[in-house]
Design a protein around this ligand. Structure first.
Ligand code: SF4
Ligand code: SF4
Ligand code: SF4
Length: 226
């Protein structure tokens, strides 16, 4: 019942905001609407991920995320296969930095916004009134109210921390298997673009038209929906 209500609210928010339902071109590199020089994106290579959670811990520490909430988690599913050859799958759960972001579209105060220079979807905590419209509108269920700031919070690609210092996002920096690749979709020489060109990737819920910029090199076949 609660799920139905939540789904209804999401759909209503999306309709009010005029969210597109048209599918987006593969790999998200086509963009006729903006000519920004930087469009940050991230790849999670699930075939390299060992589920160590170092990324989630680094995110918490770097961005001062309180206990009980998180900007990033790694979902573990399995075991798959037959003993003794069993294995697990690990899926990243974090903001997908949608180009057509329902959270931004429904925010009544402008606290939720897309940075025009980088494409990062972020939150101005001092403008947030805690109405939670964005939490309901996000189809990926990744927003939360920060118990310290009382504002909506989520992954911002370490915009205010590591990126400001010219570093890679904390999760990318710390990953021991290089399962995460962060970079600029507009830079044809970036590792991000070359990785996208040489691997099959998937994005979540593309049918919603949100154009997420979290790409997955999947460890399991078929559509992903989390
Ligand atoms: S740090 Fe890397 S290997 Fe460990 S859980 Fe995160 S993405 Fe996976
Ligand atoms: S994943 Fe959710 S919070 Fe992130 S940009 Fe998309 S709608 Fe907004
Ligand atoms: S990019 Fe930064 S804020 Fe986003 S999940 Fe990684 S460490 Fe956390």
């Amino acid at each position: 019942m609660e799920n139905s209500r939540r789904d209804f609210l999401r759909r209503t928010c999306a309709l009010v905001a005029g969210v597109s339902v048209s599918p987006f071109a593969a790999n998200g590199t086509t963009d006729t609407e903006t000519e920004q020089a930087i469009k940050y994106a991230i790849i999670h290579d699930e075939t390299k991920c060992i589920g160590c959670n170092a990324c989630a811990e680094a995110c918490r520490e770097t961005n001062h995320v309180p206990e009980g909430v998180s900007r990033l988690s790694i979902e573990k599913t399995g075991p798959y296969g037959e003993y003794p050859n069993q294995y697990y799958h690990f899926t990243r759960h974090s903001c997908e930095h949608c180009e057509d972001a329902p959270c931004v579209n429904v925010c009544p105060t402008g606290a939720a916004y897309i940075d025009k220079k980088t494409g990062i979807v972020s939150v101005k905590a001092d403008k947030c009134v805690g109405c939670q419209y964005c939490l309901l509108a996000c189809p990926y269920d990744i927003r939360f109210i920060n118990p310290v700031t009382k504002a909506a919070d989520k992954c911002d690609f370490c915009q205010e921390t590591n990126l400001k210092q010219g570093k890679q996002p904390a999760c990318v920096e710390v990953c021991p298997t290089n399962a995460l690749v962060f970079g600029n979709l507009k830079d044809p020489n970036s590792l991000l673009v070359s990785t996208l060109k040489t691997n099959a990737t998937q994005r979540n819920k593309q049918d919603l038209g949100t154009r997420p910029k979290l790409f997955r090199i999947t460890a399991k076949p078929g559509e992903i929906s989390i």
